[in-house]
Design a protein. Structure first.
Length: 361
């Protein structure tokens, strides 16, 4: 089971809940010590320090074994081992909690702001702060609502997909294959009778006239008559080049290359994601499951396929981390539900996975 990377806002909310709970417990221990044990300052300080250390150990052990804390449980987050998704263990959890505790010291928020900045500037786009890199961890969103929201967003742009290209994907290839075949055979069969039918009436009146002449003469004269007369009718012979508008009979071939070495020629609508599933009644030619090390690829992340004019279009299907189009080194985030045309050499980024498209022929 894979999950998307947690948003920074939810991580901050979980951290705030944990800190509020910890400060409440520590303050309660201090007040209880002053009221019930002794009002000596050092006694109260010692009780507060002991409660702080004990609470830190308990929370670190729970986080190391389950990936949970009170704040993460409320916000639906979990801290796991990066790349494997397994519990991080008690040791890394203690170190991670220590870094967070030091950053939370009264420094006018500088320590926490620094950790947040390292998460925002994470080059791997996994929102991993310095403490996450130090302990090789990542915070993920385990709420079931993520999958439901993903499906709900997928259902939204259904009309947009149908009106642009994706609904027409199954039909146009069939029409483009059948139409040229019909036109090619029918035009040959219809053109020849039409050509021969017109000279035949021309020959019919001429054959009675030279009927008394030797037989070889009429046989050679109709061809002479055919050359001046029908060419005017056969000038539509460009009609035989009319199948050239049926050039879709040999459309350009588009090939995609994924970063894992997989490559194939696009034959219709393709769905990309961790476990892509078509909608009800949706005809799909390719289902492309993509493994994601950091859970940044959604269940049904995006789709791509041929448009009626032969171009290839790609569309994000409401993924959690979005789809990025890279053209000549310039990146552009695609809006969910809005198709974008691709050209030869374009690169499409789905989370931590990449796809390159090329045109053949």
């Amino acid at each position: 089971m894979t999950y998307p990377v947690a948003q920074l806002e939810r991580r901050f909310a979980a951290f705030a809940i944990d800190r509020l709970l910890a400060w409440t417990v520590v303050a309660g221990v201090g007040v209880a010590t002053a009221l019930l044990v002794s009002d000596d300052v050092w006694t109260v300080v010692g009780a507060v320090a002991g409660a702080t250390v004990l609470l830190w150990l308990v929370l670190a052990v729970v986080a190391g074994l389950t990936g949970m804390s009170p704040g993460k449980a409320v916000t639906g987050l979990r801290v796991v081992q990066h790349g494997t998704g397994t519990p991080i263990g008690v040791g890394p959890a203690l170190l991670r909690s220590l870094v967070l505790g030091v950053a939370g010291l009264p420094t006018f928020g500088i320590g926490l702001a620094t950790l947040a900045w390292t998460a925002v500037e994470d080059r791997g786009r996994q929102r991993r702060g310095w403490h996450d890199h130090l302990t090789d961890t990542v915070v993920v969103d385990v709420r079931p609502a993520v999958e439901v929201a993903d499906t709900a967003v997928d259902d939204g742009p259904r009309h947009i997909v149908n009106l642009t290209a994706m609904r027409l994907v199954p039909a146009p290839p069939v029409e483009q294959v059948r139409t040229p075949e019909r036109s090619e055979h029918s035009m040959r069969r219809q053109a020849l009778p039409a050509d021969l039918a017109r000279p035949a009436p021309a020959q019919a009146p001429r054959q009675p006239a030279p009927a008394q002449q030797p037989v070889p003469a009429p046989q050679w004269s109709p061809p002479a008559a055919r050359q001046p007369g029908p060419p005017s009718h056969r000038v539509p012979a460009p009609a035989r080049s009319a199948p050239q508008p049926g050039a879709p009979m040999t459309p350009p071939r588009w090939r995609v290359h994924f970063d894992n070495g997989e490559s194939f020629v696009i034959a219709g609508l393709a769905l990309v994601g961790r476990r892509p599933e078509p909608r009800s009644g949706e005809q799909v030619a390719h289902l492309i499951p993509l493994a994601s090390a950091d859970m940044s690829v959604s269940k049904t992340h995006a789709q791509f396929g041929p448009a009626p004019d032969g171009t290839i279009v790609v569309m994000d299907r409401g993924s959690t981390n979005g789809t990025v189009l890279v053209r000549q080194g310039v990146s552009r985030q695609l809006a969910p539900g809005k198709p974008a045309a691709l050209v030869d050499g374009d690169k499409v980024v789905y989370g931590d996975r990449e796809m390159l498209i090329s045109r053949e022929g």
